[in-house]
Design a protein around this ligand. Sequence first.
Ligand SMILES: Cc1cc2nc3c(=O)[nH]c(=O)nc-3n(C[C@H](O)[C@H](O)[C@H](O)COP(=O)(O)OP(=O)(O)OC[C@H]3O[C@@H](n4cnc5c(N)ncnc54)[C@H](O)[C@@H]3O)c2cc1C
Length: 476
Amino acid sequence: MADNTVFDVAILGGGPAGYTAAFRAAQYGLKVALIEKTDKLGGTCLHVGCVPTKALLFNAEVWDHLKHGSEFGIDLGEGVTPKLNWSAVQQRKNGIVVKHTKGLDFLVKKNKVTRIEGFASLTGPAQAGVHTVDVSATDGTVTQVQAKNVFLATGSEAKMLPGLTADDRILTNIEILALPEPPKSLIVIGAGAVGVEFSSIFRSFGAEVAILEFLPRIVPVEDEEVSKELTRLFKKRGIDVNTGAKVETVEKTETGVKVTYTDANGKPQVKEAEKVLVAVGRYGRTTGIGLEKTKVELERGLIKVNDAQETAEPGVFAIGDIVFGLPQLAHVGMMSGMVAAAKVAGKKYRPVRHDRIPGCTYCEPPIGSVGLTETQAKEKGYEVKVGKFPMAGNSKATILGSHDGFVKVVSEAKYGEILGVHILGAQATELIAEAVTVLELEGTVEEMMFTIHAHPTLSESLLDGYGAVEGMAINA
Ligand SMILES: Cc1cc2nc3c(=O)[nH]c(=O)nc-3n(C[C@H](O)[C@H](O)[C@H](O)COP(=O)(O)OP(=O)(O)OC[C@H]3O[C@@H](n4cnc5c(N)ncnc54)[C@H](O)[C@@H]3O)c2cc1C
């Protein structure tokens, strides 16, 4: 900046971690500069992640309902079949993104945050307590921003398999969100949250989908029983799920792509499809931002921080997807930003608790989970008591025509403290909020068994899940 402003905080990156930290720091009365290399705030989450995928998933859900319209008494008339208008689907998705991008522009102004466009990098350690950040504009001009504290929030990017580049057939989350029409067939490499979300969405839109996952189970961070049941339900929907699959080559053919892999029995296999989605994880954007001129420490390409999100370089914090040891989720990025802002403002804060992070996978049916899986609880030495309630016994799930899945409650035997909740089923990603609160307040099975849940609601499945720990679910 040409002037001599010294900001309290300069934030590198305007994704969910960066903008949340900016607004919270401003609410504390700090002077904030938010530096974003593109002309839009919102990052991966708003433009090519959480929001557009969930818009497509909602369309897929509406479409699925319409395909089974007669079950709901919706008769389109003799000889009329529902038709998918893909460009309208895309338009709706894009409209949602635009609306919320404008919302962020408004919030920047409302919070009196100084917004700066350009690629930011640290110039080195602070001099007399002030950091200098170089900001390169697209026209090559470089200006400098000065701040007492710096938050690194540059996010992450999709990893590619060696030797591959994304294009119109080899896709990452970016290209797949802008397809001119749904593919007729799709191979998905990687069955973490991103892989299963797109598998589910495009299966609903009619694609033949094959999943190739290297690990022995899909959604490998979830409770084993969740992985097993989701596999069964995906297969029932016609998704070809292959675990223990080691991808060897990905080649383009005349009409699409060919993937060779070694299956779980060590046998070579080949699959062909119109497109392939590579969803094998994300790397942190930690290069080119001047870290080598600081004491910031990296582990596996991500930044090491303490409980207050501070790096080893005084006055430099890291938040969001670039942080080592935190799951790469928008809500984790947002909370880590709020922690860092509170620390700088000298306010009370609570560190991000790894065992209190809701994990949500937005497929059909969705997954919501928090806390320890059954296996993790046992490994930690707890005497474990588990309750499981099938969604089939929940009347609201039946009303919605979506009664697959279950609620699984993991508790410890001595005091009945709830250690983990794992939901596979309708609205699991919404329902999990109750379980997060229960864990946060160290709730017990007994307390929750006497907590009134409205009827008929999906949340009653949690009440039955707590009851199931004592063998006393009412509806199963
Ligand atoms: C397909 C998909 C679906 C997802 N769905 C969900 C979901 O439903 N729920 C969920 O919680 N998470 C979801 N995620 C993860 C979520 O998108 C990320 O965790 C989140 O975006 C991380 O936020 P961030 O602010 O750390 O980084 P980003 O969102 O990546 O933002 C970083 C920002 O920094 C900018 N930047 C980078 N380098 C510089 C620089 N040097 N100078 C200035 N600016 C810079 C970038 O342009 C970008 O705007 C999804 C991810 C994907 C790929």
